[in-house]
Design a protein around this ligand. Structure first.
Ligand code: 4NP
Length: 154
């Protein structure tokens, strides 16, 4: 079983979207019994809440339902519980380095798995509907690349 944790600032926009798209792509490739997927926040503001309404509807328009997800914070135990910890932008990657103990998880940006690597998935929270669409374009690109990497490993 390969375990993947997506992390963003609030766990109500980007990382729930990544979790939803990853789950769909894993199912498409018949890997759903071989991967476990979760998402979490750096900040505690939205703990226990469902994803942002704008994120929910943008995902739903692309056929992905994320309504049942609930936000949680990262926990120290995550560092050893997951194989991949996937940060949505470079500020999140830095926060993970300072907030989580060293563990077995490979911790990188989502778009490090895509070409070119090193890009951020920008935070859409204070943005427009277009920013949510751009966020999902990048999430889909990164998730596709990450699922391919995991498929090769399995
Ligand atoms: P996310 O977006 O990190 O993609 O979930 C945000 C959600 C909430 C806040 C910031 C970003 N916030 O400041 O409450």
């Amino acid at each position: 079983m390969i375990k993947v944790l997506f992390v963003c600032l609030g766990n109500i926009c980007r990382s729930p979207a990544a979790e939803g798209f990853f789950r769909r792509e894993a199912k498409r490739r018949r890997l759903e019994d071989r991967v476990a997927i979760d998402s979490a926040a750096i900040g505690a503001w939205h703990v226990g809440e469902p994803p942002d309404r704008r994120a929910q509807s943008a995902c739903l328009r692309r056929g992905v339902d994320i309504a049942s997800q609930r936000a949680r914070r990262i926990a120290p135990s995550d560092a050893d519980a997951f194989d991949y910890i996937v940060a949505m932008d470079s500020a999140i990657l830095e926060a993970l380095a300072s907030e989580l103990p060293a563990g077995r998880a490979e911790t990188k940006l989502l778009l490090d798995y895509a070409t070119p690597p090193g890009r951020d998935v920008p935070d859409p929270y204070y943005g427009t509907a277009d920013d949510f669409e751009l966020m999902l374009d990048l999430v889909e690109e990164g998730v596709e690349a990450l699922v391919s990497e995991i498929e090769r490993r399995l």
